[in-house]
Design a protein around this ligand. Sequence first.
Ligand code: BES
Ligand code: ZN
Length: 653
Amino acid sequence: MRSFRTVACVLALAALTLAACNRQPSPDPTAPGPAPTQDTPVTADRDEHSYAEPDKVVIDDLALDLDLDFDTRTLAGTATYTLAWRDDSADTLVLDTRDLTIERVEGERDGQWHALAFALDDAHATLGSRLVVQTPERDTRVRVTYRTSPQASGLQWLTPEMTEGGILPFMFSQSQQIHARSWVPLQDTPAVRYTYTATVRTRPDVMVLMSADNAPDAQRDGTYTFTMPQRIPSYLMAIAAGDLVFEAISDRAGVWAEPTMIERAVAEFDDTERMIETTEQLYGPYRWERYDLLILPPSFPYGGMENPRLSFITPTVIVGDKSLVSLIAHELAHSWSGNLVTFASPKHGWLNEGVTSYVENRIVEALFGKEFSDMEYVIARDALEGEIDGMSDAEQALALRPGTEIGPDDPLSGVVYDKGAWFLHFLEERFGRETFDPFLRGYFDHFAFQSITTEQFVDYAREHLLAPNPGTVTDEELDAWIYGTGIPESAPRVLSPRLGLVDSARLAWLGSAQLPPQQLTGEWTTQEWIHFLEGMPETLSLEQMAQLDTAYQFTGTPNGELAMRWYPLAVRSAYMLAFEPMTEFLRSVGRMKLVMPVYTALAQTPEGLALAREVFAQARPTYHPITAAAVQRIIDQARPETSPAAEPPADAG
Ligand code: BES
Ligand code: ZN
């Protein structure tokens, strides 16, 4: 379902050059807290989604001082940077911005702030506006006074009616990939890492949280201060404000949610501490001190977002039986793969998402058993195999080739997540866990708090995994995984007997209209139901749809993973009974992954497209800007098959 779009490359793309390995000695892996300070490595790989020039200067620390105003839907105040100049001849600081009003820029000299000249370029459609500050003296501290736009692409402002409680307004950020620049002027590239502090003022009845040191016992008083002592890339900047309360899961883990949601969330996610312990045993200490979850309103556009110390989580995974908690394992796993060892640009997406999907599956296996983790693996691989054939050769490789552009808001593809995870599973199978687990742990230690490229991973694997274990994996096999298309020959095949039973049950029903026995389906988890629906033919007869619906109440299901598969089947099968609950689903949930398949199915016919337009018009004010843009694209690109009724008369010009 993660679709992948290629757009013509308009920017000069730097070839995938070997990054200059500006490596630092590995920090003590057991030490929490900040790793290397000065001289954060910057890879030679140019990030074409940023105007920043990190070879000249990098942000070392950011101090925010902001007023958060729900009435004007703005953040306004100052961003003060501590800069590390790298090029003695540099005389400008280039920052990324989008839809920001820049009021003033100053540099500090001898304890005094002096105005600096600056120019804000016209906006580029995807990159936003380059902000060029004249810094002839290469000041160590520079301060920008700015305000955000109510339409900031990285923020969503919700009225009280759009929350569970209905009393207080809510706002939250989603910075990945390149939306941090819409709420803070930044070098908005993961190649730059910095520490940050923030002071945020807002109405006193609202709680504010950031991807930083949120105190579980923080008092609501309208002024909040934060420190993030570990270096992070800009896409991990995060903020949320609303009627939020805290409940602990353990000494270092807990849940923030609206009061009406907190108990259900804690019950669903009470395995979080066990997940942290499991990952620490495999891959070394959790280095970010606290790990909390923030449950967002249903308009949150993603399943989860790994904001450091505070993962942002969709409420749509709270289904009452913990069947979708691998999402928490995933976001937690990013504390190693992604937040600790970060891709140098979204082009190396698999370093974040593929490694994380592999680690996620290991956590799920340790907590819920191999039968369960295998079901999740097989479901992901089936989806990947269905998707990969339709992709261009360039998109099928883990290492994106020069000239392949990814749109910053394109959902990452199954290649990035599942081929990436499959690659690591292949290495695990060949080398054995006794060798592969310590290798991966060593990789996290070696590159901790650095941003790296695919080539750096490959070099490291050749040196620390392939070379010491000769004859286990050939260079050709490694290259096939990293640079090749499709699924390599060497891919390990996992079978899931439990999903095999589901296949038999589905086949039997399609042949005989005999539903599987209750003793069987009574034991099915969400994963088995997903697989049951995934394997259905394109369309079913109305009788078949009604039989399934009567037996299993798919229409109106509170489980979004089932809704996103059932409703498209209902649309294709013209099963009208599902339509009203389906439109209600589209109006109440804004998670992209769940609503996109339904809109896509609707856009196939003129009648469906008309309905899609109508529902979208109602739902749009409640959707996040990223979801709204994605749905708009589906509607704009729709080429519905013309049904006979809609065909123009033959003589019409
Ligand atoms: N970091 C991603 C979310 C993301 C990716 C945001 C690309 C913006 C651009 C997050 O960790 C993620 O992968 N979320 C998945 C969950 C998952 C279990 C695969 C999601 O939201 O569905
Ligand atoms: Zn992820």
